[in-house]
Write a new protein. Sequence first.
Length: 147
Amino acid sequence: MYLDLYAHGKQWQENLKLYLEPEKGNPTVKQMNKQTLAIAEKVRVERLHQLQNESFGIKKPAKMYLNFNTFFLELWEERKRTGVNFASWESVYKQLNNFNKKILFTEITERLMEEFKAYLLKRLHQNSAPNTSISSNILFTKPTEEN
C-alpha cells in the first residue's frame, strides 16, 4: 500500500510496506486485511497531522524515532551506561543491524520476527556450538496470543 501525499506544492508517495492478501472467502484473511486497512488509515491520519503541524510551524517532539534500530540503540546505550546485561544487548544490536539497518516500526510483524529468528539460527549454526542456551531460547520461543 502506498500513501499519496500532497503538501507545499509537491506530490509524492510513501510506501507503507503493508500488504493486502487475496481473501478467497477466507474469514481469517478478511479480518487480517481489515486490520491492515485500519493500520494504513492510522498512518495516513498521523502523517496528515504531521504535515499540518509543519505547515503551521508547530515543532516536533524532542524525541521521534525514525526506525526501531535507533530506538534499540538508545536502549542499548542505557544498558551500556548501567552495565546491566550489556553484552547481550550489544550482541542483539549488532545482529539486528546486520539483519536490517532500518526497520520501521510499521514493519515489525510476526513474519519479520520469524525471518529474524531464521537469520539468527543460521548465524548461530555457522558461528557456535549447536546446543548453546541461546540456540535453545530461540528455538523454543513461541509468540503469545493476547485474549
